[in-house]
Design a protein around this ligand. Structure first.
Ligand SMILES: [Zn+2]
Length: 106
């Protein structure tokens, strides 16, 4: 088994066990990784994992709570893929709450 496969399985297990949505930084921390360095990779893993769950785990999906601007409340509801936007398009603030992820029934 590849290391990639292993880390995705660990992320899936974390989402299964968590009672609340988790951010990429929280997932990285739980996995013993440096959240600042691993955040981008975690988003990539989540993107793949969402596809895997859709294909192989009937009845379940990985959902994303969209990022929001902490200054004006703007919701980034139409992101093409999971990531943390750097700036709010409405008020230009950089205080953005990152997206959070959870596993749930469809
Ligand atoms: Zn804003």
């Amino acid at each position: 088994m590849s290391a990639e496969g292993t880390i995705r399985e660990r992320i899936l297990k974390l989402l299964l066990q968590s009672s609340r949505p988790l951010s990429a930084a929280e997932i990285a921390t739980e996995l013993g990784l440096d959240p600042r360095r691993a955040e981008r990779d975690i988003y990539e893993h989540l993107r793949h994992l969402a596809k895997t769950v859709k294909r192989r785990v009937p009845g379940y999906r990985i959902y994303m709570v969209p990022p929001t601007c902490l200054s004006c409340g703007y919701v980034f509801s139409n992101l093409d893929k999971p990531r943390k936007p750097s700036k709010c398009p409405r008020c230009r603030s950089q205080r953005i709450a990152p997206p959070r992820f959870y596993l749930s029934r469809e």
